[in-house]
Design a protein. Structure first.
Length: 216
């Protein structure tokens, strides 16, 4: 062995931020988008999108047609149960929804988020938000784009987003994933806010005693 050669060490180097794929806290937006493979997006040209839970989202925006304020909607899919460390992502170009999800979405949006057959003549109906004032179809480039309400960066934008959970798992045919780091950050913020609110609620210690008293 050459005496000038450095001894080989079996110790592993410390983990660096770029080492962990699909960890929203460890990669930047460009890296995350580069990790998305076309075959994993789902839809007609890929595999179905499988989620363990769906989040229905509502925010507000100014309609580009009439200028009126209107609610807009989006859907987030929590990580697939068979893929470890997969990120939660927004879903776009939704064509078909399971019956129970279809019903929940229409109720959540009061019919303002629906699959409109006029939206696409070639690929079928897409689920799109519709203006509450003029009923204009709101394209996903507007609702899910960089300047849309589902890219929250300020506190007032975060608190404006409302959410309803749908426990799964679910399989969605005809949908694509849309990585969105601001929404991943929003979800962490929202969950932490809910935990703190739940912990702050006073416990009703008198109720069990009252029940026991009645039983006597």
């Amino acid at each position: 062995m050459n005496s000038n050669s450095a001894p080989h060490s079996s110790a592993r180097r410390p983990r660096r931020p770029g080492d962990v794929k699909h960890d929203p806290l460890a990669v930047d937006a460009d890296t995350m988008l580069d990790d998305v493979q076309p075959a994993k997006r789902g839809g007609a040209r890929g595999v179905p999108v499988m989620c363990q839970e769906l989040l229905l989202l509502r925010a507000g925006a100014d309609c580009p047609q009439c200028g009126g304020r209107t609610p807009v909607f989006a859907m987030m899919g929590l990580p697939e149960f068979e893929v470890q460390n997969a990120p939660s992502t927004l879903l776009r170009r939704i064509v078909n929804l399971p019956p129970e999800v279809d019903k929940a979405v229409r109720a959540f949006s009061k019919g303002r988020w629906r699959n409109d057959h006029r939206a696409s003549r070639t690929s079928g109906a897409l689920w799109l938000s519709h203006c509450a004032r003029c009923d204009a179809r709101l394209d996903e480039d507007f609702t899910l784009g960089d300047d849309g309400p589902f890219r929250p960066r300020l506190y007032k934008q975060r608190v404006a987003i409302k959410m309803e959970r749908l426990p799964g798992p679910f399989v969605l045919d005809g949908a694509q994933r849309l990585p969105n780091l601001p929404m991943l950050s929003w979800l962490d913020w929202h969950n932490d806010r809910e935990r703190k609110a739940h912990a702050a609620k006073p416990r009703d210690v008198g109720r069990p005693a009252a029940k026991n008293k009645k039983r006597r």
